[in-house]
Design a protein around this ligand. Structure first.
Ligand code: FAD
Ligand code: SF4
Length: 510
């Protein structure tokens, strides 16, 4: 009997494993404390994974496959992957073991160890999910001084013939339409309500409670609307094409108190759990656009394709190129604690209050909220990237290390010293005011730098540049801001730094 492992984020119905029923194969899946406890996850994330796994198991069985499935409370469940596999292999008298390559380094290591322990012929398979292999990116940038997403993305467009006129020229005459993607949302373009789902969330919630699984965030059965089967994921994709694609690019960077999702797809969980493949998402969107070209501009579509064909694959490539050392990188030597309000949302800073509350309530914040609100503040207050990583890895529905780590440590915290981003993503309050309506309802005044009611971001920004001068020496992209800093009078800088240090040392007061 062949024993095949399916991990919780390998729910890919299209995988070649499942195209034929083999009575000699037993699939093994397990809900385990090993996975619920390696970081404190958002409760919706654990619930979404467990429901999706159960749905996948049902689909396998409905299609004639044989499955051994351990629920969290199964008495046979040792709660550890190594022990479970040893046990099942012995009980089932397995003659070989097969697994799909995991996306996380920790599981990759564990599966290598398991493979040597089992004393069986072992074979690993591709997940058939990504458009690049683990090592493609390393090969692509071989011998180059600096990696840039843009060149990788263009190469991917050519390689897969995505939105190309011919082998060399992109459709629409340019590769990048980012300049037309920077609008503030004012309510002028309405967002239609989403379809509501009815799911038995309560069963999993009480299972987690019974087993005292520690989680963060909130769950409300009525509002839980993450897709947990392939059919539901396809519905979310259709909803995106029909209602959101039309303004995706326009409002990609916008933030608004009343609209948490704006025109974002919320497809990350569907893809990261492998229920949808990135290629089918891209193809579906492009097909939809081709039949609605009179309504949907190319900039909306290109902006979306770039995220998946470009950023998503790129981040995964960087992860496998740089791990395991990447996880320890702290180039700027930041050591401060992440403020307590990241777990409660209790802060007078309206932007942080909104972005954090939303994350706690929905296990979701869109890219700019993650980068320019929570990430920006954590970097400006010089928080330890280990703490920042732990928060991001736990709180978001889509947080799996291969994509979380490079986004958090790299893009957001600049802890890799410039592998992912060429400069740190930091800003004063004026960027936040430009892209959102948060500042209107805030206790602080975004235009002020000093005084009790001045926006904290303003002084934190200059303090950060001053504290980290040495690291930005020679960074061309920082030269304009550094020269403005150098022109500041010493008295002004001292006053800014005093307030910034007070904010850093007393986060509970802000
Ligand atoms: P949309 O805005 O609709 O974008 C479409 C898709 O593009 C996403 O579903 C996602 O698959 C992909 N995508 C967009 N940006 C990125 C990116 N920078 N890297 C990789 N894929 C991208 N994404 C995760 O999937 N998991 C994470 O744990 C994660 N952590 C992040 C941490 C920080 C600090 C930052 C700044 C970003 C992080 N991202 C992460 C990237 C991005 O924020 C999310 O993919 C996106 O917000 C998911 O929402 P959506 O599906 O509505 O995305
Ligand atoms: Fe955030 Fe400052 Fe605007 Fe308040 S004023 S919402 S703290 S940027």
């Amino acid at each position: 009997m062949k024993l095949r492992l399916i991990l919780g984020d390998q729910l890919n119905q299209q995988h070649s494993w499942f195209q034929e029923v083999d009575r000699d194969v037993r699939y093994f899946m397990a809900e385990m404390r090993q996975e619920t406890d390696y970081v404190k996850h958002h409760i919706q994330k654990v619930v979404a994974f467990f429901i999706s796994m159960r749905n996948f198991k049902k689909w396998l069985e409905d299609n004639g496959h044989q499955v051994i499935y351990y629920t969290l409370d199964d008495l046979d469940n040792t709660q550890n992957l190594t022990e479970n596999l040893k046990k099942v292999a012995e009980e089932q008298k397995a003659t070989s073991f097969e697994y799909q390559l995991p996306d996380e380094y920790r599981l990759d290591q564990q599966l290598k160890e398991i493979s040597s322990l089992l004393q069986l012929p072992v074979q690993s398979f591709d997940t058939e999910h990504f458009l690049t292999s683990r090592t493609d990116l390393t090969g692509f940038f071989e011998g180059k001084k600096q990696m840039t997403m843009e060149y990788f993305y263009r190469d991917m467009r050519k390689k897969y013939g995505v939105m190309m006129v011919n082998e060399k020229e992109p459709e629409g005459g340019k590769w990048n339409f980012d300049k037309s993607n920077r609008n503030k949302w004012t309510g002028k373009d309405p967002i239609p309500p989403e379809k509501e789902y009815d799911r038995n969330v309560a069963e999993i919630v009480s299972l987690l409670e019974k087993h005292e699984v520690q989680t963060i965030g909130n769950i409300n059965e009525k509002d839980f609307d993450w897709p947990t089967s392939r059919e539901e994921c396809l519905e979310v994709l259709q909803y995106f094409c029909k209602y959101l694609l039309i303004h995706f690019g326009d409002y990609q960077d916008a933030m608004h108190e009343d609209e948490k999702y704006l025109f974002h797809s919320r497809l990350s969980f569907a893809m990261n759990s492998k229920m949808l493949s990135p290629k089918e998402v891209i193809d579906t969107i492009i097909d939809y656009w081709r039949s609605h070209q009179e309504d949907i501009r190319i900039s909306q579509v290109e902006g979306f394709v770039r995220q998946i064909l470009g950023w998503r694959e790129y981040m995964r490539g960087v992860y496998w190129k740089e791990m395991p050392s990447y996880k320890k990188k702290n180039k700027l030597q930041n050591k401060n604690k992440l403020p307590e309000f990241y777990w409660t949302g209790k802060t007078k800073m309206n932007c942080l209050h909104h972005a954090i509350h939303q994350s706690l309530d929905d296990a979701y914040a869109h890219h700019i909220q993650r980068l320019m609100i929570t990430g920006n503040y954590a970097l400006l207050t010089q928080c330890d990237p280990d703490e920042v990583d732990e928060w991001y890895l736990g709180i978001y529905i889509d947080a799996i290390e291969w994509v979380e780590l490079t986004n958090t440590r790299g893009m957001s915290q600049f802890a890799d010293g410039g592998i992912v981003a060429t400069k740190p993503y930091v800003s004063t309050g004026s960027y936040i005011n430009k892209m959102s309506n948060y500042c209107k309802g805030c206790h602080y005044k975004v235009s002020k730098k000093l005084g009790d009611d001045a926006c904290p971001f303003n002084v934190l920004y200059w303090n950060f540049l001053d504290d980290k001068r040495a690291y930005f020496k020679g960074n061309q992209r920082m030269s304009m801001m550094m020269s403005l800093l150098n022109k500041m009078s010493p008295d002004q800088l001292t006053a800014y730094k005093e307030r910034a240090n007070h904010i850093i040392e007393n986060p509970h007061e802000y």
